[in-house]
Structures are given as structure tokens and as C-alpha cells.
Write a new protein. Structure first.
Lengths: 115, 119
């Protein structure tokens, strides 16, 4: 079946603009994760969704970052008033919930460049 | 808090040769999972291999195998008969076997090792 998809693939924006990044998880996967990958760094956890609710927002770096998920499927990560330090690859992953050997399946990411 | 360390930012291997990528981690938990992910230039993170900490037998997947040393908290990845398609960033990751209060399993990733395969 189809894997995790993300759009856009690349996004260039000006400092101060808002951006929306989209993630389409694998059908049936109820858990969804957003990560940020900065140059030369590992993956930084941002937020976790269980269905449509986000019980873990502990990784969001500031109140400029928000995310929502509708219909237990598509998720949108919004960054308001973007800053140059927001430039990174944003990765989305989904996994089946309540699996004892839960494995995350990643999308190809969105590369964000803030000028 | 758990940490994952990959001390080799970059490695090179000749095609058809064998290479080992290092990963160490720190945890006070006794049960957990360890993963190796591959990230090619396409950016798609692909699961290479998974190891359950309670299993003493090292996991293997075709040309990929791990050397899991629980006492030493070491989890290295061996790639045999390296191929040009193996060139990628490789990330080591840790996941607790216990869900956080939020319900999530939180993954801790290392900073990655870039593997170059020389023809």
C-alpha cells in the first residue's frame, strides 16, 4: 500500500511568513509523529498524535509552532512568523497503535528554508 | 534521560567490503528496543534492522547484522558485501518499551553516520 507522504517536498519562505506542512500517514495508522532534522543533527521530536488528539506536545520549540490532525488521518504542522533557525527538514512518521513492536514509518520530509 | 551517541560522523567503505557503524546509548531501563534507520538522499527514512533488548541473539537482515552488547550499551551495525545503494545517512535510535504518560513511545535518535561507498 501507499507509504507516508508529505507536501510540499521543498518550501522556501521569507522570514516572518507563515508556513503549513502536510503529512498523509499510512491508512489505518493511528499514531502520528512530527520530527525536525536540522543540518548535522539527529531527529528532534516535536509532537505526537493519538488519533486526532495530541497528548504530547512537549517537543514544540515555541508557541509559533502548532499542529492539528483531522479525521484521524492528515496532519498539518504550522509555523507562524518563521525565523531563519526554523530552516530544517521536517519529517512525519506514522505507526499502528497498540502494537507491541511498534515501528515508525517515515515520509520523505519537507525541506524548509527561511530566507 | 536516555541518550544515543554515534561517534562517527562519516565512514567510507569499498564496494563489496564490510563496514561497521558504531552506536552507544545510555539508559537505566532494562527493556527497550534499538533500531538502525537508513536515510538516502531522497530523505526517506527506512528501517534497516530492529533489536529487542531482551533478546540475546543479534538481529540480522540479509547483509545487515548487529552486534548488540547490552552490558556495554553498544549497538553496532555491520554491513557486509557493501553496495553502492548502501550509501546514505544511518541513524541509530532507542525506544523505551514503556509508554510515556502521554501514550507515546518516544524515540531518541543519534546524530547519524554518513556512509560513502567507493566503487
Amino acid at each position: 500500500g501507499a507509504g507516508v507522504s508529505q507536501s510540499p517536498s521543498n518550501k522556501v519562505t521569507e522570514k516572518g511568513k507563515d508556513v503549513e506542512l502536510r503529512c498523509d500517514p499510512i491508512s489505518g495508522h493511528t499514531a502520528l509523529y512530527w520530527y525536525r532534522q536540522s543540518l548535522g543533527q539527529g531527529l528532534e521530536f516535536l509532537i505526537y498524535f493519538q488519533g486526532n488528539s495530541a497528548p504530547d506536545k512537549s517537543g514544540l520549540p515555541s508557541d509559533r509552532f502548532s499542529a492539528e490532525r483531522t479525521g484521524g488521518s492528515v496532519s498539518t504542522l504550522t509555523i507562524q512568523r518563521t525565523q531563519q533557525e526554523d530552516s530544517a527538514v521536517y519529517l512525519c512518521a506514522s505507526s499502528p497503535e497498540l502494537a507491541t513492536q511498534e515501528t515508525q514509518y517515515f515520509g520523505p520530509g519537507t525541506r524548509l528554508l527561511v530566507l | 534521560a536516555q541518550t544515543v551517541t554515534q561517534s562517527q560522523p562519516e565512514m567510507s567503505v569499498q564496494e563489496a567490503e564490510t563496514v561497521t557503524l558504531s552506536c552507544t546509548y545510555d539508559t537505566s531501563e532494562s527493556d527497550y528496543y534499538l533500531f538502525w534507520y537508513k536515510q538516502p538522499p531522497s530523505r526517506q527514512m527506512i528501517l534497516v534492522i530492529r533489536q529487542e533488548a531482551y533478546k540475546q541473539q543479534n538481529a540480522t537482515e540479509n547483509r545487515f547484522s548487529v552486534n548488540f552488547q547490552k552490558a556495554a550499551k553498544s549497538f553496532s551495525l555491520k554491513i557486509s558485501d557493501s553496495q553502492l545503494g548502501d550509501a546514505a545517512m544511518y541513524f541509530c535510535a532507542y525506544r523505551s518499551a514503556i509508554r510515556w504518560p502521554s501514550g507515546t513511545y518516544k524515540y531518541i535518535f543519534g546524530t547519524g553516520t554518513r556512509l560513502k561507498v567507493l566503487a
